[in-house]
Design a protein around this ligand. Structure first.
Ligand code: NI
Length: 171
């Protein structure tokens, strides 16, 4: 078990596109996945991408039953997804508040596709294909952005809807 420090906005490692995984079932890959899991759990994230712990690989992890950072969202099935591809199934886009472990304390209103299909591979190299909607689709699009070197603030259309959590969600 290894909790890693999360690379933050401004670090160039987050802006570089990641490289595909070529060898599945490797000790290196399993170690990376375990470190991502441990770090995501420790930080209370709903997802994490390899570049966030300093690995330039196309590996993302997401899913939760209940999450304090997103208390109103329905559960998302826990998934390890390698070399992901997103297919847009509907032109409809929806706005939603996003945060990121690499952008601590801040949230932004980000438009995402409402319905997608994602495909890729699990840690053993077995193919995965899944249709996702709503917050599930949002999380996958957010994590896939990470491995293309994009962070959620770059997706915000109106910067008035970007700010600190405690201000945005002030009652
Ligand atoms: Ni993120």
């Amino acid at each position: 078990m290894a909790i890693k420090s999360v690379v933050k906005l401004g670090n160039k490692q987050l802006a570089n596109p990641s490289l595909p995984v070529e060898h599945f079932k490797s000790a290196e890959l399993f170690e990376l996945i375990q470190d991502m899991l441990d770090t995501m759990k420790e930080k209370g994230g709903v997802g994490i991408a390899a570049p966030q712990i300093g690995h330039n690989r196309r590996v993302i992890i997401f899913g939760f039953e209940k999450n304090e950072r997103y208390p109103n969202e329905k559960p998302v099935p826990f998934t390890i997804l390698i070399n992901p591809i997103i297919e847009i199934l509907s032109d409809e886009m929806v706005d939603g508040w996003e945060g990121c472990l690499s952008v601590p304390g801040l949230r932004g209103l980000v438009p995402r596709y409402q319905k997608i299909r994602y495909s890729g591979f699990d840690a053993e190299g077995n193919p995965i294909s899944q249709v996702a909607e709503g917050f599930h689709a949002r999380v996958v699009q957010h994590e896939c952005d990470h491995i293309d070197g994009i962070l959620f603030p770059q997706r915000i259309k109106d910067m008035r809807f970007f700010g600190f959590e405690e201000e945005i969600f002030a009652k």
